[in-house]
Design a protein around this ligand. Sequence first.
Ligand code: GLA
Length: 730
Amino acid sequence: MGISYHENKRIFKLDTPKSTYMIGIVDEENFIGHVYYGRRVVDEDLSYLLRTSEGARVPSKNNRDRVSFMDSFPVEYPTHGIGDFRETCLSVKSKLGHSACSLSYISHRIYPDKPKLTGLPSTFGDSESCTTLELICEDKVLKLQVVLVYTVFEKLDAITRSVRILNASEDCIYLTKVLSACLDMDNREYDMLTLYGLWSRERMINRRRITDGKQLISSLRGISSHQEQPFMAILDKDANEDQGEVYGLHLVYSGNFMAQAEISQFGLLRATIGINPVDFSWKLEKGESFISPEAVLVYSSEGIGQMTRTFHDLYRSHLIRGEYRDKKRPILINNWEATYFDFNSEKLLSIAREASRLGIEMLVIDDGWFGARDDDNCALGDWVVNEAKLKGGMPYLATEINKLGMKLGLWFEPEMISPDSDLYRSHPDWAIQIPGRTGALNRNQLVLDISRKEVRDAIYDSISKVLHSANIEYVKWDMNRCLTDLGSACLEADTQGELYHRYVLGLYELQERLISDFPQLLLENCSSGGGRFDPGMLYYSPQIWCSDDTDAIERLSIQEGTSLIFPLSTMGAHIADCPSHSNGRSTPFATRGYVALAGTFGYELDITKIPEEDRQLIPEQVAMYHKYNDLVRTGDYYRIASYQSNHEYDCIQVVAKDKKEALVTYIQVLARPNYRTRRIRLKGLCEDMIYRIEETGLVLSGGALMHAGIQIDNMWGDYLGKIIHILAVN
Ligand code: GLA
């Protein structure tokens, strides 16, 4: 079992295969100290690391310096207002208006299995794969019970944390800040790795030295955002792909968040992650409870690459659910970049006919099939098929498309309302807005107040009616603006601060309803490209549209950043038209195929209009997808070379779990004259296994492939690519 309690030492030891996490209860006041997190150790007690005999000492021995103690003690879940002046995780507003909160350990439970977080997405496991520790703590004055929940995965170096807060008093209390996790770490020199971006350039990798003070990433957009990812890795300053200690923290949440690294006065590091406390408050009536989102902690002593592979394994097996989790996804063709709003049934069917002839398996009708929507100015909320445009409606289209042997998919943007829509005309108060203020428009649309049940019910009814009307087997769920002008017609003045979080809970409830009512449906989330690509959304959809930037070269960096934490099976990636609608660049059709192969793989172009030589490549690409997708979806991912950092070429590798097969994707972004062949050293193979390179017939040991490497000939021209397939021969 991965969790043990050493009663005489009052130490909890949480072990994963290669990491140990230790918590100690100290002093008469039962402070909950963070003892250690790092490489696995056999010892049961490392409580000397708490430094309780130094400086301030514990309050029972030196109460005159209690504040000094509180401000330096490494603590599991720091609370506000009692002398810890570093970032804290919990603050309140009591009946009397006070904000301080103080926790002491009361009791604990250790049990096999992993509890669900009601209403929230979270990783899951069973009694075979998980053990859970609940530390029951209390603020005696406030009569607030706080349960710190830790789950250890027996086979993965991952630990999850969340917090459950119960108001056991007679009065109501307001929570004004509830973070999910804190890690107090030693005074080493650390770097911080985060993912930043913007629309069409999501999840660029940023690495910086952590210095004195606070280094914060956050979102206040109501979504996890294009700009920051609710992820942070703390790593040795010398850590690289293959070596060094790395601690990954990821929040399973799709709304406002914060993640921060702070170096305190003694040079100690405190990392915190959770819901952004700005504009947050939550009223707890007597007997009510609040559950924080889950924070995932991944430890690797083998560099960033191993952190990536642990996240991939965890999310593939313990977060993503449903029919398509372990299945090859149908190759789709989406009409957005093919037609934008200018289409009708005949146009769509002409695309579908050609696509089916070439082996494509699903047509996705994007924006513009409903209400009066011929551009992006109106009709969001009017989820009724525009039969003037689409004769015969969905039943006709689905039948015709099914006759071609293809599936039909459909785009929705359920959380939105256009001021110019029938929905808004009949329910103007359903938009999130502040009475008396003109709400800020974005893409000419407002956001529906899905914190309200009647709004969710109405929108869900109209969507499910369309889905029930025909054989629709895929939904792209889009979300194209951030939240502003926060105000809900249904919340009281003292609960308006709940709206951001209630919105996210409403979203989760809607998606849960959708996937329960339509269990066979393939759901792909999207938010103006990749604005809500987070682990919360992965709990509902096995794939998420990565970015509206469909240029293959830009995609190398976007997909590199995304796959730092997300499995390749989740990254929506399409072969799009050229010159690219994103940046005007032209890349060979084959290269676009290799890049999309590292994601879900699909097409987004007018297949009836592309050059004949490109069209002829499609059956080959389809065959390539079918040949390699099982490996790409399920294998171990290795970064060999990053175009984002070397500005010349990119190389990734996927290795089968049994190490008998590997696929290398190499993209030469820029050609150079008069160069020798480039040598690439592979990773993750078995030293002693003998492999054959399918393309050249060369037979080499895993050791040779990894330590001596293979040579990649210079190719003539920019933006060229190749894949290299390696198979074990014995
Ligand atoms: C967003 C999506 C695109 C497309 C458009 C439609 O920008 O990211 O893929 O669906 O909306 O309006």
